[in-house]
Ligand binder design. Structure first.
Ligand code: KG4
Ligand code: ZN
Length: 342
């Protein structure tokens, strides 16, 4: 079934305030993103209190601007979609209160949406999805392997046991004295590297699809400390390459193993770390050689944005699954429970 509804989507789960207007879950009329990175950069990470305050300052302005750019009025909107979780509770609340107010004032349905479902369905804004498929979610807060049995049905088969990939990137970058968020710096440095400091791979138990990155992060810190004790400066690019290769090897191997074991017809890569050039290239090469179609959203849809929330909320709109106006922010929202009912 196709529908042509207009969703006003709101995303404030971390440090981006974003509002989008999406038609039929696929067509982006506008997708405005106001990033707070410059504010948090000086603290070396996201400060939750400041993030909430910044969302409050920005949300109404960006909502008005989004409607204006999309050339629609609130009377044209079919429903309001908002990230319900997971994320920082204070940040989520700002978007939720704004969305609820509009839903109430204009008598519109509300769709509380799962942030990771958003990252996954960002792919639907640019690609045709077929099922079953596997999604590899790699972001600052998440590292998950998800089976999509059919549209909107999520089953998590692997997750990180400690740090998320993006988090590990940011921590390693910080140890190498790069600003927050450090992922892109490590990626760039790894591309330029001529040597590699080979680091261990955390495969875990033989059949496990889980991940662990904290041991690798500690291995990087140990190399840096040993260099310092010898009075040397650590070889940043060789370390960046060693770290990146270790991360990528494990991600690629487990993702492809899951694709074959689940009989998946596609592999979807999503989340902020999908911007990583090394990961994109390694996955593309492996998928090509094994005949697996690989879908990756454009970079602007990989990092947090509201259009992806509109794309995921569309699944619920189609089925008339709306959220009650007394819904709460869910900092640890379960993706599997957010699956569509029918
Ligand atoms: O999905 P996202 O925008 O926010 C979360 O929902 O977490 O992901 C942000 C994460 C940060 O940790 C950032 O360092 C990482 O994505 N990232 C990268 C790259 N670009 C962004 N990590 C590695 N290589 C990159 N090129
Ligand atoms: Zn995200």
């Amino acid at each position: 079934m196709t529908t042509n509804e207009l969703l006003l989507a709101v995303e404030t789960s971390c440090d981006e305030t974003s509002v989008a207007v999406v038609r039929g879950g696929r067509e982006i009329l506008t997708n405005l993103i106001s990033s707070q990175i410059e504010t948090h950069e000086q603290f070396g990470g996201v400060v939750p209190e400041i993030a909430s305050r910044k969302h409050v300052e920005t949300i109404t302005v960006i909502m008005e601007q989004a409607l204006k750019e999309a050339k629609v009025s609130l009377r044209d909107i079919s429903a309001i979609a908002v990230t319900q979780g997971p994320g920082l509770v204070g940040s989520l609340l700002v978007g939720i209160v704004a969305a609820k107010s509009l839903a109430m004032a204009y008598d519109l349905p509300l769709i509380g949406t799962h942030h990771i479902a958003g990252h996954i369905y960002a792919n639907q804004l640019v690609h045709e999805l077929v099922y079953p498929s596997i999604a590899l979610v790699v972001s600052g807060g998440h590292t998950e392997l998800v089976v999509l049995e059919r549209e909107g049905m999520f089953r998590i088969i692997g997750r990180t046991r400690d740090d998320a990939v993006g988090e590990a990137y940011d921590k390693v970058a910080r140890a190498l004295r790069f600003p927050y968020p450090g992922g892109p710096y490590i990626d760039r440095l790894a591309q330029e590297a001529e040597e590699e400091i080979v680091l261990p791979r955390a495969w875990l138990e033989q059949d496990s699809y889980d991940f662990s990155f904290s041991g690798l992060k500690s291995a990087v810190l140990a190399v840096i400390n040993q260099a310092k004790m010898r009075g040397e400066t650590p070889m940043r690019s060789a370390l960046a390459l060693g770290f990146q290769r270790s991360v990528i090897d494990v991600l690629v191997e487990k993702a492809l193993r899951a694709v074959h074991a689940e009989g998946a017809r596609q592999l979807l890569l999503c989340g902020g770390v999908a911007a990583n050039r090394g990961l994109r290239a390694a996955l593309a090469a492996r998928c090509e050689s094994e005949g697996v179609p690989l879908l990756i959203p454009p970079l602007s849809l990989c990092t947090d944005n509201a259009a992806m929330i509109g794309a995921a909320a569309h699944l619920k709109w189609k089925r008339g699954e709306f959220t009650s106006l007394d819904m709460k922010a869910e900092p640890t929202f379960s993706l599997e429970e957010w699956s569509v009912r029918v």
